[in-house]
Ligand binder design. Structure first.
Ligand code: 13P
Length: 249
């Protein structure tokens, strides 16, 4: 099966930079080894959609509001994202949980609104360094998953991808080990098994994210139970990301 490679550009790249990036990526992506999803900032979604149309590359957003529409100045709805060609949305990224104080309850609402509007969700979970050092990884991951996915029907889970992104590994150059990733992949599948079904726990796609780079991605994405990766910093370098997307095993 092809690996799933997701790029989260975070708050980087203006429209001109996006134009240059997508022109080069689309011209050089071979598409033999990976399925790719780009999550650029909101303002570049339309432009990215223009470049990605007619290619197998998919588009996603980095955030969505939990309400359908209304007086929410500065916010973006799931319906708007669909209308500019986004098929996916990242929800529950640790930067949103920590810097924007998003709770599991809010994340649960965002997932439900997104699914209702036909957007697939990339749900991020992960523990802090303090949690890890005090042996609480399993407990934290379980709590996040159970609260974030509360009330979902099993068939809705087919539109959810889960990314394990340990907070201590994001943007630090300090990636998790294959052993860490395999242990957490097992925990995630166990929680899905207990809350949904054996089939759901087998079928759900799991990603690893956190300081992935050209040197470590093959080993980390080769971890047992992992279907792909969520890339931050390195995805902004078009040559590096092309190399990853064209060479992943
Ligand atoms: P880095 O790859 O820059 O560590 O970021 C990972 C991430 O947060 C992707 O969502």
């Amino acid at each position: 099966m092809k690996k799933l490679i997701v790029a989260n550009f975070k708050m980087n790249q203006n429209l001109n930079e996006a134009k240059q990036y997508f022109t080069k990526f689309v011209a050089n992506f071979k598409g033999e080894r990976a399925n790719v999803i780009f999550c650029p900032p909101f303002v570049s979604l339309s432009l990215a959609n223009y470049f990605l149309q007619g290619t197998p590359i998919k588009l996603g957003a980095q955030n969505v509001n939990e309400e359908e529409a209304g007086a929410y100045t500065g916010e973006i709805s799931a319906n708007m994202l669909k209308s500019v060609g986004a098929e996916y949305v990242i929800i529950g990224h640790s930067e949103r949980r920590n810097k924007f104080k998003e709770s599991d309850k809010l994340i649960n609402k965002k997932i439900k609104t997104s699914l209702k509007n036909g957007l697939k969700c990339i749900l991020c979970v992960g523990e802090s360094a303090i949690d890890k050092n005090s042996g609480k990884t399993s407990e934290i991951i379980r709590k996040q998953l159970e609260e974030d996915l509360k009330g979902l029907y099993e068939n809705e889970l087919e539109s959810v991808i889960i990314a394990y992104e340990p907070i201590w590994a994001i943007g630090t150059g300090n990636n998790a080990s294959v052993k860490d990733v395999e242990m957490v992949a097992k925990i995630i599948r166990k929680v899905i098994y207990e809350n949904f079904s054996e089939k759901a726990s087998r079928d759900i796609q799991l990603l690893y994210g956190g300081s992935l780079n050209e040197k470590n991605y093959q080993a980390l994405l080769g971890s047992n139970g992992i279907d792909g990766g969520l890339f931050g910093g390195v995805s902004l370098k078009v040559d590096s990301f092309l190399n990853i997307a064209n060479s992943v095993r």
